[in-house]
Each structure stands twice: as C-alpha cells, then as structure tokens.
Design a protein around this ligand. Structure first.
Ligand code: HEC
Length: 119
C-alpha cells in the first residue's frame, strides 16, 4: 500500500517535471530569438557610433553614400575578411586603423559594412 502511494507520487513528480521542462523549453524558444535580435541591434548601434567617430568624415551617411573623399560602402564587393584587412592595412588615401582601433572594433565595422543594404 505504502509502495503504491510512493509510486503514484513519483509518477506525479515525473509528469510535473516533464511539463515544467516542456514549459521552460517553450519559453526559452521564444525568448532566445528576442534576445538575439536585441543584441544584434545593440551591435548595430555600437558599429554606428564607431563609424560616426572614425569613418564618417570621409564616408557619407553611415556608409550609405560617398563622402568627402571616401566611396559609398553599401554593396561593397569585398567580403568581411577583405574589409577587415583593408582597414588593418589602409587603402589609397585611407589610413590604416591598426593603431587607432582595436581588432574587435575593426571586426564590428567590417560586419556592419556587409550588413548595409545595397541601394
Ligand atoms: C581620410 C578619409 C577616410 C577615412 C577616415 C576612412 N576612409 Fe575608408 N576609404 C577612403 C578612401 C579615399 C577610400 C578609397 C581608397 C582607394 O581605393 O583608393 C576608402 C576605401 C574604403 C574601403 C574599401 C572600399 C572598396 O570598395 O574598395 C572600405 C571598406 C572603407 N574605406 C571603410 C572605412 C571604414 C570602416 C572607416 C572607419 C574606420 C574608414 N573607411 C575611414 C577614405 C577614408
């Protein structure tokens, strides 16, 4: 008799545990894309700030237009890796950013430029 009660209780806990797990998984599956989207937007904001400080005096409208001397960057054919190297080395009239920006900032800018819509 005692055994049956214990068995019943453990079944209850097992079922409850499963439901709890399922509910948590369900909530997480909604929350993760939302969090990922927020961090993507935060990253975009950081990149724009960097761009405004280091790049916009030559490249116009956050890379969307040619600026004073620098070309439009949206729709660029260089891939992220090539842009990264361009910024490390400099190109033509554009200086190298090796000593003025951190590698992760250059990485962020390269990703940002590739994310610009080609209009
Ligand atoms: C002093 C002005 C100046 C500044 C500041 C500047 N650029 Fe440039 N950038 C240029 C010029 C000029 C070119 C074209 C160089 C060439 O090909 O002769 C260029 C080219 C580029 C290219 C390559 C474009 C292509 O299609 O070949 C990228 C990418 C780029 N700039 C990104 C940036 C980023 C990101 C920043 C900020 C960290 C920045 N630039 C800051 C002047 C500038």
């Amino acid at each position: 008799m005692k055994d049956r009660i214990n068995y019943g209780e453990s079944m209850f806990h097992r079922l409850f545990g499963l439901k709890f797990f399922a509910a948590t998984a369900l909530i997480a599956s909604f929350a993760i894309p939302v969090l990922a989207k927020e961090s993507e937007e935060a990253e975009q904001q950081d990149a724009k700030k960097l761009f405004a400080n280091s790049c916009s005096w030559c490249h116009g409208n956050f890379g969307m237009k040619a600026g004073k001397g620098g070309p439009k960057l949206a729709g660029i054919t260089q891939d992220e890796e090539a842009i990264y190297n361009t910024l490390i080395k400099g190109q033509g009239a554009m200086p190298s950013f090796k000593n003025t920006l951190k590698p992760e900032q250059i990485r962020l800018l390269a990703r940002y430029i590739k994310s610009l819509p080609n209009e």
